[in-house]
Design a protein around this ligand. Sequence first.
Ligand code: HEC
Ligand SMILES: [Cu+2]
Length: 347
Amino acid sequence: MHISPVLWQFLVKWLNASALFPREASTIAPYADALYFFLLLITVVGLTLVGMLIFGFSIRYRKEKHPVAVQVEGSTLLEATWTIIPLALFLIVFVWGALLYFRIYNPPTNAMNIYVVGKQWMWKAEHPGGQHEINALHVPTGRPVQLTMISQDVFHSFSIPDFRVKREVIPGRYSTVWFQATTPGTYHIFCTQYCGTNHSAMIGEVTVLSPDDYDKWTQESTSGMSLAQNGERLFASMGCNACHSGSAAARGPNLAGVYGSKLQLASGSQVLVNDAYLRDAILNPSQHITAGYAPIMPTYQGQISEDGLIDLVEYIKAMQTNYRVQQTLTTSQSNQTAPTTPGTVKP
Ligand code: HEC
Ligand SMILES: [Cu+2]
């Protein structure tokens, strides 16, 4: 829907100034608000119409003028009118909402990915470059950012009202959300699903930086190890490379290039290997056996933290050739990775 830009800006400024309405700080925000204002508009029009009819009829058909009630039999025209107009309005809202939904839930393919782990009661953000943050998230303007989120305990819900972004964060399953920030500044992060005693303290701050400042921030706050590098270490220390050595004689399949591919399973079906599949393959290997291999991989349920799983997933994603794996085999060193304890950031 096209509202005049001047009217739109006036409306938004006025709402922001009255503190009734969050700021619009992402590319999707004006679109979400347009639908919201449309809903508000038809609600107000409907309310006014019904209110006026009640008022008018109660004067017109008052007791003095119509002492005896008259039964009115149906009018096809009237019934058709009050069926078709609301139906049309609801269909407009449905189609509009569906289009917006697909836009919000399908991240652009060039989106940069940041992991978010929710737990009672904090948000942890993990950048591919190895920057770890707690109850904070730094993102650049002008670039689509996808969040791959998971909970370590109960259901949470990740919300940035100023970006019009909100998505459930679920134990045992990755969910994603994306946005593109437009204006440098700081914005609230909330958990919008009651998740226990300190739910109200499960809040944080998104800091939106200009691309230059963001690059500066990335360099200054790196832990020196990318997620994939952490994953490489973990891969060695958990003994994954005993089977996934990448050599032809290995007992497990070569994991190089598996990410993003279609994997043939022993059951005959095919699966797309994405983050969720990799995580599941590590935790529940017996659920989907790769064709041509024996079901010998042990489950790692309860042995690797969500942070560790993210590291492994990032490592397998990054593993396009065997080169790194072979290197790991020869320099196999193990330290890593105790799950982060509350309040501390991994070094
Ligand atoms: C005892 C040998 C063994 C160990 C140890 C092992 N795996 Fe596996 N893995 C296999 C075999 C065999 C398969 C194929 C059959 C299946 O799907 O279970 C497999 C399948 C997989 C898959 C599915 C993708 C594919 O190409 O089939 C992933 C991902 C994976 N392993 C990751 C890991 C990680 C990460 C570790 C360490 C935490 C690990 N594996 C430890 C033997 C092993
Ligand atoms: Cu929560």
